[in-house]
Design a protein around this ligand. Structure first.
Ligand SMILES: Nc1ncnc2c1ncn2[C@@H]1O[C@H](COP(=O)(O)OP(=O)(O)OP(=O)(O)O)[C@@H](O)[C@H]1O
Length: 348
C-alpha cells in the first residue's frame, strides 16, 4: 500500500448565491439560494514514502481543498483517502501524529507567546520525547536560524521569520509526511532559499514525504521530482519533472563566442523558419532555437564551418515556462512528443 492513497475523491461545496447590496442580503435571508461548487472531481493519486511531489494548478483549481482533505480538516463528499494507512478525517488524532502541515497564509503558533514556548507546547501536545525535541531544536535552530526570534511572540515576527518558525513547528514531531501549502509566499530570495534547503534536507536525510502546493514555480524546480497538475478539480497531468523537462522544454538559447566575425550569420539557418541569430558585438552570437526543429550540435556544426568557436553555453528554460503554457491551455503534457530534430539527433 502507498503512503498516501486517494481514489475517486470528490468535494462539493455549497455556496450561497446572493445579489449585491443590502436588498440582496435581505432577499437571501428570506429565500436563501445556493449553488454547488465541485472543487475536486474524482481524483486518484498514489504517493510513496519519501517522494517529493509538487501539486500545482491555477487559482481555484482545488489544491488547498485536496490538501485539507488529506490533513483531515475537510470531510470528502465522496471517495477514499488513506494516509499512513488510516482515514484522515475519521482518525484525526492518529493522522495528526504522522503529518506536519504548513499553510503559508496561516500560522499554527500561538500569537501572544514566545516562539520557544509555542514549540514547547507542541512538544507536549505531540508527546515528543525530550531527546528527540532537543536534537530537532538544535538542528532546526541551525538550519533555519531560529535563534534571532525564539524569544519573540509570533505576532512580532516578520513574514520570513514566521514561516521559518512554522516549518520548525510542523516538523518537530518528525512526521512522515509534510504538506506545504505556499511555504515561500511573499518571502525574499534569501529566506526562500533557506527554506527550500531545509525542506530538501528533511526529505533527503529523514525520508520525509513532501507534498507541496505553490505558485512559485522555482520551488518546484528546486524541491520536487514529481509534478501533479490539477485544473478545475481534475488531475490533468501526473509524471516525473525531469521527463516533462526533457520532453517539453523546447526553446533553448545557445551563446557562442567566436574567434572571428561571421558576415550575415542568419544565412546559415535560412532553412529553419524563425531562427534568427542575434549579434552581441562582432564576436558573440545568441541563437534562440526550438530543439524539436534543430539540435544544438547542428547549430555549432554550421557555425564552426564559418568561424572558430572559442566557447559556448546553452540556456535551458525552467519548468516555469512549461507550466505557464499548460495553464494558458497552450500545451498538453500528455501529447506524444515529436520524434526527430534537424541534424538527425534523437530527441530523448
Ligand atoms: N469553504 C468553501 N466554501 C465554498 N467554496 C469553497 C470553499 N473552499 C474552497 N472553495 C471553492 O473551491 C474551489 C477550489 O478552491 P481551492 O482553495 O481548493 O483552490 P486552490 O487551487 O487552492 O486555489 P489558490 O491557488 O487560489 O489557493 C474554488 O472555486 C473555491 O472558491
Amino acid at each position: 500500500m502507498s503512503q498516501i492513497e486517494v481514489s475517486g475523491l470528490n468535494k462539493v461545496f455549497r455556496q450561497a448565491v446572493k445579489e449585491p447590496g443590502l436588498s440582496g442580503a435581505l432577499k437571501h435571508l428570506i429565500r436563501p439560494q445556493y449553488a454547488d461548487k465541485h472543487a475536486v472531481k474524482g481524483i486518484d493519486l498514489k504517493i510513496e514514502e519519501g517522494e517529493s511531489v509538487a501539486y500545482v494548478g491555477p487559482n481555484g483549481a482545488g489544491k488547498s481543498t485536496t490538501i485539507k482533505m488529506m490533513c483531515g480538516v475537510l470531510v470528502p463528499t465522496s471517495g477514499q483517502i488513506r494516509v499512513n494507512g488510516i482515514d484522515p478525517y475519521r482518525q484525526r488524532m492518529e493522522n495528526a501524529a504522522g503529518i506536519g502541515a504548513v499553510f503559508g497564509q496561516r500560522t499554527q503558533l500561538w500569537w501572544d507567546i514566545p516562539v520557544l514556548e509555542s514549540l514547547n507546547l507542541l512538544k507536549d501536545i505531540y508527546e515528543v520525547p525530550s531527546g528527540d525535541f532537543n536534537r530537532n531544536m538544535k538542528a532546526f535552530t541551525e538550519l533555519l536560524e531560529l535563534d534571532e526570534f525564539l524569544h519573540l511572540s509570533a505576532r512580532k515576527l516578520s513574514l520570513g521569520q514566521r514561516m521559518r518558525a512554522d516549518l520548525a513547528a510542523a516538523l518537530l514531531h518528525d512526521p512522515r509526511i509534510v504538506y506545504l501549502d505556499e511555504p515561500t509566499i511573499g518571502l525574499d530570495v534569501s529566506v526562500k532559499l533557506r527554506i527550500r534547503s531545509f525542506i530538501k534536507q528533511m526529505n533527503r536525510e529523514k525520508g520525509t514525504t513532501v507534498m507541496l502546493t505553490t505558485h512559485d514555480l522555482g520551488d518546484i524546480e528546486d524541491l520536487c521530482e514529481r509534478l501533479v497538475i490539477i485544473d478545475r478539480g481534475v488531475i490533468i497531468f501526473d509524471g516525473r519533472l525531469k521527463e516533462v523537462k526533457d520532453a517539453f522544454a523546447r526553446e533553448r538559447t545557445i551563446h557562442l563566442e567566436l574567434a572571428s566575425p561571421i558576415p550575415d550569420p542568419g544565412r546559415l539557418f535560412r532553412d529553419i523558419p524563425g531562427l534568427a541569430p542575434e549579434e552581441d558585438g562582432p564576436l558573440r552570437l545568441a541563437i534562440c532555437f526550438d530543439r524539436f526543429r534543430i539540435t544544438a550540435s547542428e547549430i555549432v556544426k554550421r557555425v564552426i564551418a564559418c568561424a572558430e568557436v572559442i566557447d559556448f553555453h546553452i540556456d535551458e528554460p525552467g519548468i516555469e515556462q512549461i507550466i505557464r503554457q499548460v495553464y494558458e491551455g497552450k500545451l498538453d503534457l500528455n501529447l506524444p512528443e515529436p520524434a526527430y530534430a534537424a541534424g538527425g539527433d534523437r530527441l530523448k
